[in-house]
Design a protein around this ligand. Sequence first.
Ligand code: MF3
Ligand code: CO
Length: 256
Amino acid sequence: MIALRTERELELMVEANRIVGEAHRALAPLVNAGVKTKELDEIAEEIIRSQGAEPAFKGYHGYPATICISINEQVVHGIPGDRALLDGDIVSIDIGSKYKGYYGDQAITRAVGVISEDEQKLLRVTRESLFKGIEKAVAGGRLGDIGGSIQGWVEDHGFSVVRQFVGHGIGRKLHEDPPVPNYAPPERNPRLRKGMVLAVEPMVNLGTPEVEVAEDGWTASAVDGLPSAHFEHVVAITNDEPRILTMMEEDILVEA
Ligand code: MF3
Ligand code: CO
């Protein structure tokens, strides 16, 4: 069963996602060479708790931290620790919150200092692909239109879409039905209805789409070692335009 959310529920999810956005905003000026990833994690947890919410990822299937931080060839689910960011890294930060029983979830990838032109293009195309997918999140359309649109944009620009991880419904659980692949799905293609809320989250690789999970049980990396980017928004289906419940990157990345 795919849950259909009421207006009141959407308001709570806006709040959960606003809190996630505040955590991203607090981290934005700190994503610099020399910072340890666990320092970013501590700050994100503080911000989330200070707003009356809880980190959504911590404890989820045993995940040990508030944020996922995935650097360079790491695709998703990198665990914060003693590693320090370096000039030239590309860093994806994914943050989730639970507020009054409802979940927020958002990922953003950014550069530390100077990165290559290919990497700049990877970040740009990945974010654009997310919006290409969101455009298709309209009542009466099909779920697969979202992934098809993402995949088309990514592959037209010479990059590849990760298949082993997908987006998801979100609401009273972090991960609800339906799974939201970032490619045109071969099967299971439900019609989109008003009140569905989806976390759309393309993971895009510069080289091969193949990923493997490290011995820590979490960190997923591109097997060819080439960079990967990840952007995520939460979007509600309406009878009109898609309604994005997460904060816009422009509002998160403003200089302090
Ligand atoms: N946004 C990611 C997802 O929805 C983050 C999940 S991390 C986990 O899959 F630790 F909670 F698994
Ligand atoms: Co997600």
